[in-house]
Design a protein around this ligand. Structure first.
Ligand code: S3P
Length: 445
């Protein structure tokens, strides 16, 4: 991986690619494999640092996990309730998903685990999972502000709870459901606004009883029957729509481009970026649409063309939460304003993504307004500016890094992005894949 590449406007992007496996599904497939008795196989697992950190933690809990020469991953699980006490600290690196989901798992086992992560992850709020997991009977010792490092003293007698999510977050939902797997009786999570449902799909796939219903106020209620005997399964991981967002954006912005991205997961609770881009005038067509293990998948053909700014409906946020950084970059090339509100959650991701985009775009010469819960980007109706000598700081955030590299591919001048090592957390091979399409991304000499 190049650490500080410069992205430069070049020829049109052309070609057919597949993006790496879905990060959310990859974490969950490993975790549920580790809780089944027998051998599960995972095809298309994302081999990014985040997911590898989860695999490593699950090994410390006693699961056997290996990668075959055929790139198929095999997980020999310990069964629900069967985790062993890890003999060392679990380091989840940059991964909020890994940390929060595994805290859920650890909370409902009568063992003690210590979790930490990198400087970015140690800044992120963990109270959001600690609160419900305490209600289930686990005890926690956290760094000030409810942050990592955290010691969790789990309970072998977890109490099933009914928990209403205070923020739409698939990580909180999944932490509670994973703890509920080892609680007798029915654990229920109520989501006023639905978040990605991969945990529910995969729990069913591995044989757990999960029912989904709608409350009188329209909230989504997920009910899980605890202590199932999970059966080992084969999981096929679709391409990650959040990773596909970057080549999609590049193909839209670099004039004359036409790029095909095969096998992209299009779960409706993930794919709202496509709706937004289409409202902006993007030409993105779906082909070979199919359903695999409950997840809709399609090949996408993306053609460059002019875009116009829109106001993104804030209720759409959970279904494109990780795509706002790249949308903000795209908006700088559209005509008119793009207004993004209701995304305060972006401030507690791998970085404060609202200020990272506002600062980076502003430094490059884009007129951008920061709001408490969003941002407004004033588009340039064509190539966006790239002020000389600016070096974008990615703040240990893979999606900020990729967003500005894509920006640089279509901007008026080259854009240098520092700290691109973090891209490996979710999209190993990103620079090679993009250069294979004709993109110019090179280490500055
Ligand atoms: C994820 C949920 C989202 C998302 C993250 C992955 C998941 O986080 O931003 O990249 O796999 O559950 P929140 O649960 O904090 O919204």
């Amino acid at each position: 991986m190049i650490a500080h590449p410069t992205a430069t406007h070049g020829l049109a992007l052309q070609g057919k690619i597949a993006v790496p496996g879905d990060k959310s599904i990859s974490h969950r497939a490993l975790i549920l494999g580790a809780l089944s008795v027998g051998e599960s196989t995972i095809h298309g697992l994302l081999e990014g640092a985040d997911v590898l950190a989860t695999a490593q933690a699950l090994r410390a809990y006693g699961a056997e996990i290996s990668r075959g020469a055929d790139a198929v991953w095999r997980v020999n699980g310990v069964g629900v309730g069967g985790l062993m006490a890890p003999s060392d600290i679990l380091d989840l690196g940059n991964s909020g998903t890994g940390a929060r989901l595994l805290l859920g798992l650890a909370a409902a086992h009568g063992i003690t685990s210590i979790f930490t992560g990198d400087a970015s992850l140690r800044q992120r709020p963990m109270e959001r999972v600690i609160i419900p997991l305490q209600q289930m009977g686990a005890r926690f010792e956290a760094a000030p502000g409810g942050r990592l490092p955290i010691t969790v003293i789990g309970t072998g007698r977890a109490i099933p709870i009914e928990y209403r999510l205070p923020v739409p977050s698939a990580q909180i939902k999944s932490a509670v459901l994973l703890a509920g797997l080892n609680a007798p009786g029915c654990t229920q999570v109520i989501e006023p606004r639905p978040s990605r449902d991969h945990t529910e799909h995969l729990l069913r796939h591995f044989g757990a009883e999960v029912t989904i219903s709608s409350d009188d106020d329209g909230a989504r209620r997920i009910s899980l029957t605890g202590r199932p005997e999970l059966q080992p399964q084969t999981v096929r991981v679709p391409g990650d729509p959040s990773s596909a967002a970057f080549p999609i954006a590049a193909a839209l912005l670099v004039p004359g481009s036409e790029v095909t991205i095969t096998g992209v997961g299009l779960n409706p609770l993930r794919a709202a970026l496509l709706d937004t881009l289409r409202e902006m005038g993007a030409q993105i067509t779906e082909h070979n649409r199919r359903q695999d293990q409950g997840e809709p998948i399609a090949d996408l053909i993306v053609r460059a063309g002019p875009l116009r700014g829109i106001e993104v409906p804030s209720e759409r946020a959970p279904a494109m939460i990780d795509e706002y950084p790249i949308l903000a970059a795209v908006a700088a090339f559209a005509s008119g304003r793009t207004v993004m509100r209701g995304i305060g959650e972006l401030r507690v991701k791998e970085s404060d993504r609202i200020s990272a985009m506002v600062n980076g775009l502003g430094a490059l010469g884009v007129q951008v307004e920061e709001l408490a819960d969003g941002l407004i980007v004033h588009g340039h109706a064509g190539a966006a500016p790239a002020r000389d000598g600016v070096r974008i700081d990615t703040e240990m955030d893979h999606r900020i890094a990729m967003s500005f590299l894509v920006y640089g591919l279509a901007a008026q001048g080259p854009v240098q992005v520092a700290g691109c090592e973090m891209i490996d957390t979710s999209f190993p091979g990103f620079v090679d894949l993009m250069t294979g399409l004709g993109a110019r991304m090179e280490e500055a000499s």
